[in-house]
Design a protein around this ligand. Structure first.
Ligand code: ZN
Ligand code: ZN
Length: 139
């Protein structure tokens, strides 16, 4: 359900005209991060409101895969390297917007020091591969 107090619910519902939706389908939208961590930084945001990866389970594996594939396709369509890109999720409490979003950042090697800290695979940031392992262990 869309939550009017959640900015990502409003964006994925197409209610923020200033946000350009690069990709839109029944399950998620993709748009540019307003605070890019490198030259290219996109977010895939689910249309359904999930607070974080913790709200997903095994059954969402295909959704996660579709989001990653769509982000990769978008980068490729923009002539951006997918090999030097980082895909992943933040975990609570290190989340700025509490609505599930997958980051795609490229080039990974050109991220600032601070961005590398914020997006370093760790207890607060899971790469997509780590996220899928995490989900496979949940009911
Ligand atoms: Zn939301
Ligand atoms: Zn995040």
């Amino acid at each position: 359900m869309a939550d009017d107090n959640c900015i990502f619910c409003l964006i994925s519902d197409g209610r923020i005209p200033s946000t350009v939706l690069e990709v839109e389908n029944d399950d998620f939208v993709i748009f540019q991060d307003i605070k890019p961590a490198s030259q290219h930084h996109y977010l895939a945001v689910t249309k359904k409101h999930y607070a974080s990866l913790k709200d997903l389970n095994k059954s969402h594996d295909s959704l996660v895969q579709l989001m990653e594939n769509a982000l990769k396709d978008l980068l490729v369509s923009k002539g951006v390297s997918v090999d030097d890109a980082l895909f992943g999720f933040h975990l609570p409490p290190f989340i700025t917007v509490k609505h599930l979003h997958m980051h795609a950042i490229s080039p990974r090697t050109q991220m600032t020091f601070l961005s590398k800290m914020i997006f370093r695979p760790s207890v607060w940031f899971k790469t997509v591969d780590e996220a899928r392992i995490y989900l496979s262990q949940k009911e």
